[in-house]
Each structure stands twice: as C-alpha cells, then as structure tokens.
Design a protein around this ligand. Structure first.
Ligand code: HEM
Ligand code: HEM
Length: 219
C-alpha cells in the first residue's frame, strides 16, 4: 500500500499533469489550425471587445439572458465551477503535499470551510444531474457519456470527503481519491471537459459573429 501511495503521489502526479496540460495545448493548437483553414470567414471580423464581452457575460453568475431564463441551473452551474477550482487549489491537505514536494504552497482554507464547500459543490452537481434527467429538452441531448463525465467530475470530491472523515476503509478511499483525481485530469483534454480552454474560443467567436456582423448581443 505504501509503495502504491508513493507512486500515486509521485510519478503519477507528473504524468497526469503533463497529459492534462500537454493534451490541452496540442488539442487547442490543432483546432486553431483547422479553424484557420476552414472557418476563414470568422477571422475577417475579429473584434476583441465583442469577444471579451461575450466571455465575461457567460462567466459572471446569471450574466447572460439564457442563464437568467433558468436561474436555478445558472446558479448551480456557477457554484459547481467556482468550487471545482477553489476547493482543490486551496485545500489544506493538498497544500501540505505541495509544501512537502516543493517547499511552496498556496494559502489554505480552514478545514471546516473546505468541508462545507465540498458538500455545496456536490449539491450543485446533484442539481445539474437532476436537470439532465428531468428536463425533456436536455435529456434528449444527453448521452450516457455526458452522465458519466458529470459523475466522474464529482468522484474526487466524494472520495476526498470520505477519506478526510474516514468514512469507509481509509487507505483504499485515499487511493481511490488520488486515482480518480488523476484520471479526471487525464480525461479533460480528450473529452468535452476540454471546454476548460475551448469555452473561451467558442464564446469569443460567437461574440465576433453576433457583435460585429449582426450587431446583436448574445447575452
Ligand atoms: C474556465 C473554466 C470553465 C468554464 C468557463 C466552463 C464553462 C462551462 C459551461 C458554459 C458549461 C455548459 C453549461 C453549464 O453547465 O453551465 C459547462 C458544463 C460543464 N462543465 Fe465546465 N467550464 C469550465 C471548466 C470545467 C472543468 C475543469 C470541468 C471538469 C473537470 C468542468 C466540468 C463541467 C461539466 C461536468 C459540465 C456539464 C454539466 C451538466 O451536465 O449539466 N468544467 N462548463
Ligand atoms: C492529483 C493528486 C491529488 C492528491 C495526491 C490528493 C490528495 C488528497 C489528500 C491527501 C486529501 C486529504 C485526505 C485526508 O485528510 O486523509 C485530499 C482531500 C480532498 N481532495 Fe484531493 N488530491 C488530489 C487531487 C484532487 C482533485 C483534482 C480534486 C478535485 C477536483 C480533489 C478534491 C479533494 C477534496 C474535495 C478533498 C476533501 C476536502 C474536505 O472534505 O475537506 N483532490 N486529497
């Protein structure tokens, strides 16, 4: 168990982060190349002002008309994404590992607060899941893979919370936590989770198109 833990918190972290960052870089550069060739028409009305405004209105809570039309989903999605970044980055346990490895770390949230944020994150995940199951117009567009990716994004949060509170067998839970978190990082570049980068391109292009060409906001 100790060797496995050392492997997972050592070489496996390097491998998963390299695939995560390298994969996103390669995918983005490849898609930009394809789009420069095929969507030339987009590039003759690039207007960063419209592009950035479109991105901004989709990043702030309920900043776009379609998010305001479905406020429960809009807020759940905002909370889900905010805590998805905040919890792992500012978690004391993670920062202790970072400190041990590099001697530097980010500030840490008090542990009771990260617990609460983890639970709120999971509640937001449940709302997103229920929406997919209940709304016919969303359900019809949802494949098994979409459910899988939503649930898989929640898995490191469930297993991290269980490990921290020693619910279930501690050592196995911790191993499952680290494996699921590393698997999630590796999946990101190869799936629709790559929207972590591609979102900015899609929104910017929609902004250019609607703004400069049609003079109509999309928010
Ligand atoms: C800057 C980073 C990101 C932005 C701007 C962003 C934005 C979005 C948007 C606009 C959607 C579609 C509708 C919605 O649920 O709001 C979405 C959905 C989703 N995102 Fe992200 N995202 C980001 C990063 C990530 C990352 C890193 C992950 C996972 C590791 C992730 C997981 C998901 C999932 C699972 C859904 C589907 C939710 C559902 O099933 O309803 N996102 N994201
Ligand atoms: C990639 C390597 C990772 C390692 C080595 C790691 C390690 C750990 C450790 C040691 C703990 C504390 C368990 C305990 O107290 O016994 C923990 C907790 C946790 N981790 Fe990770 N983790 C990793 C990635 C992630 C990722 C990517 C996420 C989320 C996307 C995540 C979310 C959490 C959460 C939510 C908790 C519990 C927080 C709480 O309830 O207070 N971890 N992790």
């Amino acid at each position: 168990m100790i060797e496995l833990y050392e492997f997972l918190t050592g070489p496996a972290v390097w491998v998963s982060f390299s695939i995560f960052i390298g994969g996103l870089l390669v995918r983005t550069i490849y898609l930009l190349g394809v789009s420069l060739e095929r969507d030339r028409v987009f590039y003759n009305h690039v207007d960063m002002k419209w592009g950035l405004r479109s991105i901004f209105h989709w990043l702030v809570p309920l900043g776009s008309r379609s998010l305001r039309a479905q406020p429960v989903f809009g807020i759940a999605s905002f909370v889900f994404h905010l805590f998805l970044f905040v919890v792992p980055l500012f978690l004391q346990a993670h920062n202790m590992l970072l400190h041990e490895a590099f001697g530097v770390s980010l500030p840490s949230l008090p542990e009771s607060l990260s617990d609460i944020l983890t639970i709120v994150f999971l509640a937001a995940g449940v709302i997103l899941l229920i929406r997919r199951l209940v709304k016919p117009e969303v359900r019809i567009l949802t494949s098994a893979w979409d459910y899988f990716l939503l649930l898989f994004t929640c898995l490191p949060f469930v297993t991290g919370l269980f490990a921290y509170h020693q619910i279930g067998p501690y050592q196995s839970m911790l191993i499952i936590h680290i494996v699921s978190a590393e698997a999630l990082l590796i999946l990101i570049p190869f799936t629709k989770l790559s929207h972590v980068v591609l979102f900015f391109f899609s929104r910017a292009f929609i902004g250019f198109e609607m703004g400069t060409r049609r003079g109509a906001k999309t928010w």
